[in-house]
Write a protein that binds this ligand. Structure first.
Ligand SMILES: NC(=O)c1ccc[n+]([C@@H]2O[C@H](COP(=O)([O-])OP(=O)(O)OC[C@H]3O[C@@H](n4cnc5c(N)ncnc54)[C@H](O)[C@@H]3O)[C@@H](O)[C@H]2O)c1
Length: 255
């Protein structure tokens, strides 16, 4: 039980296919007590029934990450319900469909701000709210994708937001290191989720990964979950500011 007596907050479960859910399953398997946020009232029933099925008694709280008051309130409520926060999982992203399909040069100003706000700034806001509850040190884990550093067709403004997210996690890692709080990212290969299906080229990305990656298959969400487990646990105590690729080896290919 790698996470006995450890508590943490999972941000980003929408349904059972969510990467955040795969992470929750790995962390819970190893003894962690979890609190969950859900984006809107509309998702409450789905998230609640998922959580009650396997992790009964876990506290839940609504949190739109683009609203600082929501973030502070949700983290305060979950931090108090759990007693402390040892880890925080950031698994949220959003971009307007138009900005993912109309060509990068046509990215709208509002769409750019929106995707930056939800997908990158939210990590800073959540880290600020959670740090006071990380009284025994902590681990913050953010989900990212290769489109941050490589041009991936159709990833467009999300690539820019992921670059900002990755840079933010390094600045946070530098500052929060003094409090023994580590901040790392997992760069996952394409996984069939609600958010991913909003990408115009997503089916092609899945196919490419299955055919060309060294493992000749797609990333399994449980592989991301178990890497998050490593990052949440004491086993990764010497690691911060790092991006770990869990993508069946895709990231190292020239094309
Ligand atoms: N699926 C992939 O192929 C893939 C690959 C690499 C990285 N990622 C990243 O993994 C993370 C999780 O995505 P997923 O693929 O599991 O999809 P998902 O749709 O299951 O999860 C996305 C989550 O973001 C939440 N969200 C969006 N806007 C929000 C807001 N304003 N406030 C609060 N929550 C909000 C949604 O409610 C949802 O729970 C994202 O950061 C995504 O970029 C996904």
């Amino acid at each position: 039980m790698l996470l006995n007596n450890k508590c943490g907050v999972i941000v980003g479960v929408a349904n059972k296919r969510s990467i955040a859910w795969a992470i929750a399953e790995s962390l819970s398997r190893e003894g962690a007590k979890l609190g969950f946020t859900y984006q809107t009232e509309r998702l409450l029933e789905k998230v609640k029934s998922l959580v009650e099925g396997t992790m009964p008694g876990s506290p839940l709280c609504e949190c739109d990450v683009s609203n600082d008051d929501h973030v502070k309130k949700a983290i305060d409520e979950l931090g108090q319900a759990l007693g402390k926060i040892d880890f925080l999982v950031h698994s949220v992203a959003f971009a307007n469909k138009d900005d993912l399909s109309n060509g990068f040069v046509n990215t709208s100003r509002d769409g750019f701000k929106l995707s930056m706000d939800v997908s990158a700034y939210s990590l800073i806001s959540l880290a600020r709210a959670a740090a006071p509850y990380m009284t025994e040190g902590g681990s913050i884990i953010a989900m990212t994708y290769l489109g941050s550093t490589r041009v991936v067709p159709g990833y467009n403004v999300m690539g820019v937001a992921k670059a900002a997210l990755e840079s933010s996690l390094r600045y946070l890692a530098n500052e929060l290191g003094a409090k023994n709080i580590r901040v790392n990212g997992i760069s996952a290969g394409p996984i069939n989720t609600l958010a991913a299906r909003g990408l115009s080229h997503f089916t092609a990305l899945l196919k490419y990964a299955a055919e060309r990656s060294p493992f000749k298959r797609n990333t399994d969400p449980s592989e991301v979950g178990d890497t998050a487990l490593f990052l949440a646990s004491n086993l990764s105590r010497g690691i911060t500011g790092e991006i770990i690729h869990v993508d069946t080896g895709l990231h190292m290919l020239a094309q």
